[in-house]
Design a protein around this ligand. Structure first.
Ligand code: PTR
Ligand code: PTR
Length: 304
């Protein structure tokens, strides 16, 4: 943290913005063929926010799609695997589901054994639709998306976020599973949250839930000890999603080894989910949120 403070002091806000501009100039190291294919375009919420072929999440072929053309058509979703702190594929960064991709979204959640979904946008901001209502909103509600039925079991309202417990039923295999849905409510796109403290509290609640369910799964879960990927999405799945994940990675590293590197973290992230972190202020926010957190933890004197 002292190092971070020194770095921040040297750079000031304009220097941090400059650091971000340098990052932004680096071209994504990969191709966007699948996302650009004519038959997949309707699956992208924004024509200019595509995912890299190299890290995209592929939907698994289904029995009735043995013919390879159909299979190619159907394995695309605008979602990317992203590494976390010492954890490969810790997150799946994705766009806010579109009505025509609700089925694909839930299929991905099922196939990747996702236990926690993080949503950092509202469905509507002003008069603009940012994300579809892809889960049943009311307690007791039930909806069917493709071959997944989703039941809303319970909603816990907190000041800045809602935690909804959903039950997924795979109607093809008759299996069921519980998934936690966390929605943060005070973060406009292209903006930064009104307070770093509430976002870090939200992050804490998300992480506690992930740890709790992974522990409860125990030996049944044979993947990474830290569990399956968390799905993180906003509207496009790059600005707020990238900021959230960068913060998680940096804070985990800080806790583990007492140091961190925002620039390296974001650089690496942009090679996996292209265009992660959309504005200089979101980038600056990462630094500030980490400092604020470090101060609250007593890692730094609070008058800084
Ligand atoms: N499997 C891909 C999909 O789901 O869209 C299909 C695809 C694969 C489309 C490669 C285009 C691809 O690239 P190219 O144009 O290089 O064949
Ligand atoms: N071209 C789009 C637009 O500006 O409307 C792309 C876009 C939308 C990019 C939202 C980022 C956005 O923010 P976030 O990733 O935080 O949802």
């Amino acid at each position: 943290p002292q190092e971070l403070l020194a770095h921040l002091g040297r750079l000031q806000r304009s220097g941090i913005h400059q650091e971000y501009e340098e990052l932004r100039k680096e071209t994504p190291p990969g191709t966007f063929h699948c996302a650009q294919a004519a038959y997949n375009q309707e699956k992208n919420r924004y024509g200019d926010v595509l995912c890299l072929d190299q890290t995209r999440v592929r939907l698994k072929p289904r029995r009735n799609e043995v013919n390879s053309f159909n299979q190619q058509r159907s394995d695309y979703i605008n979602a990317s695997f992203m590494d976390g702190y010492k954890q490969k594929n810790a997150y799946i960064g994705t766009q806010g589901p579109l009505e025509r991709t609700y089925g694909d979204f839930w299929r991905m959640v099922w196939e990747q054994n996702v236990l926690v979904i993080v949503m950092t946008t509202r469905t509507d901001e002003g008069s603009r639709r940012k994300c579809g209502q892809y889960w049943p909103l009311e307690e007791g509600g039930q909806e069917v998306y493709g071959h997944m039925a989703v039941v809303n079991q319970r909603v816990d309202h907190h000041t800045h976020y809602n935690h909804t417990t959903l039950e997924l039923h795979n109607t093809e295999t008759c299996e069921q599973r519980q998934v936690s849905h966390f929605q943060y409510l005070s973060w406009p796109d292209y903006g930064v949250p009104t307070s770093a403290v509430t976002l870090i509290e939200f992050l804490g609640a998300v992480k506690r839930q992930q740890r709790k369910v992974v522990k409860a799964l125990g030996p049944q879960w044979t993947g990474h000890p830290l569990g399956p990927p968390m799905v993180v999405h906003c509207s496009a799945g790059i600005g707020r999603t990238g900021t959230f994940c960068a913060l998680d990675i940096c804070l985990s590293q800080l806790q583990d080894v007492g140091s961190l590197n925002v620039c390296q973290t974001v650089r690496r992230m942009r090679t996996q989910r292209a265009f992660s972190i959309q504005t200089p202020d979101q980038y600056y926010f990462c630094y500030n949120a980490i400092l604020e957190h470090a101060q609250r933890q007593g890692l730094l004197p609070s008058n800084q």
